[in-house]
Design a protein around this ligand. Structure first.
Ligand code: ADP
Length: 413
């Protein structure tokens, strides 16, 4: 192959490659103007460019030895022809009367190469010759190649820029969405907590008013006022301690937490004994399936709270004369605690939400004692703080099975 041809191909390819990785479009325009000057043996050159699709041409680059300040392209002149025919425009004999100034002082011939993709006009490269230059077929072919390569590179550059913009937008959207969700959760949490406090406070206020009333009616006896106030204070402090437990930062152990060897058999026995009176009222049988001595490293008080909440719920949402079975299973790496009841069950709609703070299904189901919707949130929190997981299976009117899987070797507290 002719040495000059292979040199030109190499130069053009290198410019394409270098420009592919280039972020700054001005550098790409400069690269192609300069390679055009070299390949087509021009004396100097410059580029007119549209930086936005709706914008008009601006001078984007001129080679260092450009002897005059290139004016903007005029209607009907060479650039217009190149742009509308989408072909390079060659002028070997510049005529001064076409210009407002004596241009032949600076150049005698020029090529204007339109850079476009489909209907999008990006700009034009202008290559100038100080002496008259008759363009050969070869040079005309090179001008077309240069235009195509520039357009190809610019199109890819624009595409990458648009993609990056999209990725940026999606990332921003995801981040904003996450913030909004967190904010929504916080607001909901505060609203729910406020609601929980309002009821006991209203009852306290009502009782105190009845004790103090002086509108002719007999005031409520101090003893019964105190009794009612005492119940509500007890309830308030229960909510507060539950809240304090689950609002501590995820994954961080409370200061009062101590991990020791816990015998799950003994723990179950103790919880069952405490819940017997409650179960007896609904004539629910509490059955503990025998299991070999199983111990786990964990916080005894918190594990007791977990089991109490599950057994309590099985009674609260259990049917009269029903049954609750508690089982501890030793698998390869985990201990699974199962609490199975044949109670009212949970609907499919509620099931995904029952571990959320304050979530209550079956709101109108008669229960003894007030419910806060925090019980299962605590169960989940305690399980997770031990490196474990909770799961539930339930069918409406048939019963529920809560399973707590705890690793035998939890992460150290
Ligand atoms: P609470 O019992 O105070 O409402 P929990 O967090 O303990 O709150 O339970 C959330 C909801 O899950 C309850 O309101 C109840 O509808 C449902 N639930 C929990 N345990 C059971 C169960 N064993 N059987 C049926 N429904 C249950």
């Amino acid at each position: 192959m002719d040495k000059t041809i292979s040199r030109r191909i190499t130069l053009l390819n290198k410019t394409i490659l270098d420009s592919m990785a280039e972020k700054d479009i001005m550098v790409i325009i400069r690269n192609f103007t300069e390679v055009g000057i070299t390949i087509l043996d021009a004396d100097f050159g410059f580029a007119w460019w549209k930086f936005q699709d709706h914008e008009e041409y601006r001078l984007a680059y001129k080679s260092q030895n450009t002897p005059y300040e290139p004016t903007l392209p005029r209607e009907k002149a060479g650039n217009y022809v190149a742009r509308t025919t989408k072909k390079p425009f060659f002028d070997s004999h510049v005529k001064d009367d076409n210009y407002e100034f004596n241009i032949s002082k600076y150049l005698k011939s020029y090529i204007i190469i339109p850079i476009y993709y489909n209907d999008l006009i990006y700009g034009s490269l202008v290559l100038c010759y100080k002496h008259e230059h008759i363009f050969t077929d070869d040079e005309q072919g090179w001008a077309i190649s240069l235009g195509n390569s520039t357009a190809q590179t610019i199109t890819i550059h624009r595409f990458i820029e648009k993609e990056q913009e999209n990725i940026k937008k999606t990332t921003m959207l995801k981040y904003t969405w996450k913030l909004l969700q967190e904010e929504k959760l916080k607001t909901e949490f505060i609203a729910n907590a406020t609601h929980e406090f309002r009821t006991p406070l209203a009852i306290i206020k009502g009782n105190v008013d009845l004790g103090l009333q002086s509108n002719g009616k007999k005031p409520k006896s101090p003893r019964s006022v105190f009794r009612a106030v005492n119940t509500e204070i007890k309830h308030l402090s229960e909510i507060l301690s539950d809240l304090a437990m689950i609002t501590s930062e995820n994954g961080r152990l409370n200061n009062d937490m101590t991990f020791t060897e816990v015998d799950l058999g003994l723990l179950t026995k103790r919880v069952v004994k405490r819940c017997k009176t409650l179960a007896h009222k609904k004539r629910i049988a509490l059955k503990v399936k025998p299991s070999p001595n199983i111990t786990i490293l964990g916080d005894r008080a918190y594990l007791e709270k977990l089991l109490t909440n599950l057994i309590h719920n099985s009674i609260t949402y259990g049917k009269e004369k029903g049954k609750t079975t508690i089982e501890t299973i030793d698998t390869d790496r985990h201990i699974v605690l199962k609490v199975v009841d044949d109670g009212i069950g949970i609907s499919k709609k509620d099931l995904p939400h029952i571990f959320e703070r304050f979530y209550r299904a079956n709101k109108y189901y008669p229960t003894s004692g007030r419910r806060t919707g925090l019980g299962l949130a605590i169960v989940k929190w305690v399980a997770e703080i031990h490196g474990g997981q909770v799961s539930v299976e339930s069918s409406k009117n048939k019963g529920s099975t809560f399973s707590i899987s705890l690793p035998k070797e939890p992460h150290s507290p």
